[in-house]
Design a protein around this ligand. Structure first.
Ligand SMILES: C[S@@+](CC[C@H](N)C(=O)[O-])C[C@H]1O[C@@H](n2cnc3c(N)ncnc32)[C@H](O)[C@@H]1O
Length: 362
């Protein structure tokens, strides 16, 4: 039984407005119609003054006990959904631990909570109405393709995600390719730097989020999207079609270090290198891909949190010397924290014209 306000139906409208305005209505319970009356759930008994006012608005109003149904109220956060199931410390350990990719969530469950992984997965589904499936991370990103293993926790078993970012659509076979929504801000940031007519080398293109966003949100002429993982290239081709950018994004299956000398030498105004783990092995290819007139390289690296710029800059300068080019870091920033001691940074490096090319446009 719950405490309710009983009124005749003709006075119900006035009564509910008053209850809501005065914080007296209990939104967790469902009002009922029965025995020729309406029963509104009360959060607490009205004060004397409130009861008097109610009587003047709805003369039939009286507080009674009535059995009301509990409404299913969706928890507002994973923490709230797990309030009674995990300790505060356990709940805290889950904060920021999941990404959503379309209707799939991928969560990192700490070892200490592995036994409760199913419960956590179901709680995530409860929190977010748009989610259909929850997977947990079963391995770090590894191998050349930087793929992470995922295992099913709750909801539909489907590893293909349909993801939207900045008005672009992507299909992503999450168990076979690398994908992270965390760099979405970076993609738009770089799109805004691109000048009309630029040719972009989109190295390590994955399923295409960088080059496809560039095609939709920048005045570039064309991007060459180079990717080694055949499944990622399949997704990339589908995404190019989905976003109608066939004329401006060209997919190339292959190793950057082999593709550039054969097909992209001296063609690009800008090269984007989102391979923070090992990208330094491809810096020479980036310099080779740039036009003799110079251009920009966006170089991502995992690096030391205490001194984030030093090592990536040393690497860029070493390759610049080898190519006889001068460079300037026009901007750099920490993109995200990676571990207690490592961060991911991006350096926007301007590579100047070759000395014998100064004064020429291209
Ligand atoms: C960190 S992921 C970035 C993917 C994509 N740019 C994104 O942001 O979702 C790096 C990608 O580089 C690809 N890759 C690794 N080595 C490569 C190489 N030598 N040549 C071309 N692609 C490579 C991997 O398969 C993977 O898809």
């Amino acid at each position: 039984m719950s405490i309710c306000l009983q009124v005749v139906p003709s006075e119900a409208q006035k009564a509910i407005v008053f209850l809501k305005e005065n914080g007296l209505f209990d939104g967790n319970l469902k009002p009922a119609h029965a025995a020729g009356a309406v029963f509104f759930p009360l959060a607490r008994r009205p004060s004397q003054a409130q009861a008097k006012k109610l009587k003047s608005l709805a003369p039939s109003a009286k507080t009674v006990q009535w059995k009301l149904e509990r409404l299913h109220v969706r928890p507002r956060s994973l923490e709230e959904a797990l309030e009674r199931k995990l300790s505060p410390a356990e709940r805290k350990a889950l904060i920021g631990s999941f990404d959503t990719v379309g209707s799939l969530a991928v969560i990192e469950v700490p070892d200490a909570l592995k036994k409760k992984a199913g419960l956590i997965g179901r709680a995530l589904l409860e929190v977010n109405a748009a989610l259909e499936s929850v997977y947990q991370i079963a391995s770090a990103h590894k191998g050349k393709f930087r793929v992470q293993k995922i295992s099913w926790l709750a909801g539909k078993k489907q590893k293909r995600a349909h993801y939207k970012e900045a008005s672009c659509e992507f299909v992503v076979d999450l168990d076979k390719v690398f994908f992270s929504p965390r760099l979405s801000g970076e993609r738009l940031r770089i799109a805004q730097l691109i000048q009309p007519g630029e040719v972009v080398g989109a190295f390590f293109a994955g399923v295409g989020p960088f080059p496809i966003l560039f095609a939709r949100h920048s005045p570039m002429a064309k991007a060459y999207a180079v990717e080694l993982n055949p499944t990622a290239v399949k997704n990339l081709k589908e995404n190019i079609r989905l976003n109608h950018v066939e004329d401006r994004v060209e997919p190339i299956l292959g190793d950057v270090n082999k593709v550039v000398p054969k097909r992209l030498r001296g063609l690009c105004d800008r090269v984007v290198m989102p391979l923070p783990h090992g990208g330094e092995d491809f810096l020479e290819a980036a310099f080779l891909a740039l036009k003799p007139a110079g251009g920009f390289i966006h170089f991502y690296q995992f690096t030391d949190k205490q001194n984030p710029l030093a090592e990536p800059l040393r690497r860029v300068e070493a390759v610049a010397r080898k190519f006889g080019r001068s460079v300037e870091v026009r901007a750099w920033r920490v993109v995200r924290s990676f571990s207690p001691v490592k961060v991911q940074v991006v350096l926007d490096v301007e590579v100047r014209a070759k000395p014998n090319n100064l004064g020429k446009n291209k």
